[in-house]
Ligand binder design. Structure first.
Ligand code: A2P
Length: 268
């Protein structure tokens, strides 16, 4: 059989996988997702991130990307912002199937089930591309072993930016491997902040005024029943973290699992 041979101009750095783009989907002029082949030896925990780059320079620019696919998936999925002059994303947004993407071999991160103690509910609070690690975690059976109810919240500027999450939830519910586990247990809450829609407002506002809990039929955060994972912009993390702490929740880590964990979504 003929083998596709791609000549790369620069050598692949040590400790880096060179993988092929399988598919690309553009959602808006600011957001796109893509899938790459998964190296046999690549292992990660759902919710972790990895460094991504392009083979277009002697010293490629790498940026942290949360892995959006579950760890049983044969491919690796990412959800990315497009920044017009972003050192990586100005090029990355142009990738096509068959192109090469570089991925460092070691993944890491704090948004992992291991950093939380078990509880009744797990809130996954995201804005923008911050939904990516949760796209992995809601497709991991371990998440359903540890928590009865999984609530994914996603807030974006407009409705078009919520589409990735809507497709994700629909596909997860229908997935032959995980679908059954999600029945009556996986909840999706969305809001927009700039475009008029049925549910509007920043997630911080909706936590503070109780709108989130009212919509879900739950009670405000409480340490006994609730665990929280937070992923979004720097300001969003700071503000949601303050609300979790105000409710008496303690930050957890791998070494010391507790009630909430935070991770910055990739920007720039
Ligand atoms: P807003 O439209 O009011 O800025 P972005 O695409 O800029 O990363 O933003 C994603 C979402 O996060 C937007 O809906 C934005 O609302 C919201 N957001 C930005 N900053 C905060 C914050 N400090 N707390 C909560 N939500 C925030």
């Amino acid at each position: 059989a003929a083998e596709a041979v791609q000549t790369l101009e620069f050598p692949i750095p040590a400790g880096v996988y060179a993988e092929s783009v399988v598919s690309v989907k553009h959602y808006t002029d600011r957001l796109f997702s893509f899938r790459i082949t998964r190296p046999q030896s690549f292992r990660f925990r759902s919710g972790e991130f990895v460094m991504i780059g392009l083979p277009n320079a002697q010293k490629p620019v790498f940026r942290a990307y949360s892995i959006a696919s579950p760890n049983w998936d044969e491919e690796v999925e990412f959800f990315s912002i497009k920044v017009p002059d972003g050192p990586l994303t100005q090029h990355l947004q142009k990738i096509q199937p068959g192109d090469t993407v570089l991925m460092r071999q070691k993944s890491t991160g704090t948004l992992v089930n291991d950093a939380l103690t078990p509880a009744k509910r797990l809130y996954m609070i995201s804005t923008g591309t911050g939904i990516a690690p949760f796209a992995s975690l809601i497709r991991d059976p371990d998440t359903y072993d540890k928590f009865d109810q999984i609530i994914l919240t996603h807030t974006c500027r407009d409705l078009a930016e919520l589409k990735y999450g809507e497709e994700l939830i629909a596909a997860t519910r229908e997935d032959p491997l995980i679908g059954e586990l999600t029945e009556g247990r996986l909840h999706h809450f969305t809001s927009t902040t700039r475009q008029t829609s049925p549910v509007m407002g920043r997630i911080t506002t909706l936590i503070e005024n109780g709108g989130l809990f009212q919509a879900l039929g739950t009670e405000p955060f409480d340490r006994e029943n609730d665990r929280v994972m937070i992923c979004g912009s720097m300001d969003m993390l700071k503000d949601v973290k303050a609300l979790a702490e105000k409710a008496g929740l303690k930050e957890g880590s791998n070494a010391e699992p507790a009630d909430f964990v935070v991770e910055r979504a990739f920007v720039g």
